[in-house]
Design a protein around this ligand. Structure first.
Ligand SMILES: O=C(O)CCC(=O)C(=O)O
Ligand SMILES: [Fe+2]
Length: 322
């Protein structure tokens, strides 16, 4: 038998489970001091979009301390808000690179599409989420999910840097996948078989010619001596449609139980403010955002000069195995 994960919740982190059991607000707030901001924004001002991620670690001391603290917090709580960076006092291009530099110091950045995008703009481009249009380019709700689940090793860290909140709505939430699955497995130990079973995940158009539009992957997987969890109900449903295979009933039931548990055990909704930087451990914690509205935003111009809600998304990966 060559199962990647033994049928036991011991693969989950006790420290993480304890954190979520004992904290009413599981998100850890990390403050940033002026010296760290100076160091970060000086490097961001001097670099370019093509060079910011090549700056060597030796160029930083304060930022490395901050990155180390965020990394350590992500290993336990899985959810951090850095409060905050001076977005209003800086140009968009400099803010984007500052976000990229800080994230890259926490975990090496990973591209988010086949074009090689490292700094990904989460904005409403006015479309509806159908086919391969990613919800991150709409104003629609994003239910609890992990990012990039179609990857052989999904990003281990997500950064969401708020440049501008929505006029109305756009509230964020996080919920521990480890805790929900741990509870589910305590009630139904056999569910481990479903979690290890290969399912089809929609690649959302992120594949080269000649490749499949879906990848066959399990909900839980071992990586870097940890258990990573994938969760995106839509992507599994549409992945199976693309593959022309039925999604087994027991999988649908389990996914819906997981959804219900994540909603029940989630943190209170919060609205990210301009300059706040949310980081999530994408292997242990799911995130969600409510739909939003920006009545005055010019959607046609959004992709060039966003005037509505604008978040910058970063993906980090502690393993470089892909
Ligand atoms: O808009 C947000 O707050 C979160 C966006 C998100 O989860 C994503 O783009 O994957
Ligand atoms: Fe996301």
């Amino acid at each position: 038998m060559n199962k990647s994960v033994e049928p036991s919740p011991s693969h989950f982190s006790t420290a993480h489970l304890n954190h979520w059991d004992t904290h009413q607000n599981p998100i850890v707030e990390v403050k940033v001091d002026d010296q760290t901001i100076d160091e970060l924004y000086r490097a961001a001002s001097r670099s370019t979009d093509d060079s910011f991620y090549k700056i060597t670690n030796e160029s930083f001391s304060n930022c490395l301390t901050l990155a180390g603290e965020i990394r350590a917090r992500l290993a336990v709580s899985g959810a951090v808000i850095v409060d905050r960076l001076p977005v209003e006092a800086n140009d968009l291009a400099v803010n984007r690179r500052a976000a990229g530099i800080l994230s890259n110091l926490i975990e090496p950045l990973m591209t988010q599409d086949i074009k090689g995008t490292l700094l990904y703009d989460v904005i409403d481009e006015g479309a509806k989420a159908t086919g391969t249009i990613r919800r991150s380019k709409t104003n629609e709700e994003q239910p609890f999910h992990t990012d990039g689940p179609w990857h052989l090793t999904p990003p281990s860290m997500i950064g969401l840097f708020c440049i501008k909140p929505a006029a109305q709505g756009g509230y964020s939430q996080v919920s521990s996948l480890q805790r929900s699955l741990d509870r589910l497995l305590n009630e139904k130990p056999h569910a481990i078989e479903i979690l290890e079973q290969m399912l089809m995940w929609n690649r959302m158009g992120q594949y080269k010619e000649g490749e499949n539009a879906f990848n066959s992957l399990s909900i839980i997987q071992q990586a870097q001596n940890q258990t990573l969890i994938r969760h995106y109900v839509d992507y599994v449903k549409t992945g199976h449609e693309l593959a022309g295979s039925d999604l087994p009933d027991d999988v649908v039931v389990l996914l819906h139980e997981l959804e219900a548990s994540l909603a029940l055990n989630a943190c209170k909704p919060f609205k990210l403010e301009a300059g706040q930087f949310q980081f999530v451990n994408n292997w242990t914690v799911a995130h969600a955002r409510a739909g939003f509205d920006d009545p005055d935003a010019d959607l046609e111009m959004q992709s060039e000069t966003p005037s509505g809600r604008h978040l910058l998304r970063l993906w980090g990966n502690i393993s470089s195995s892909e």
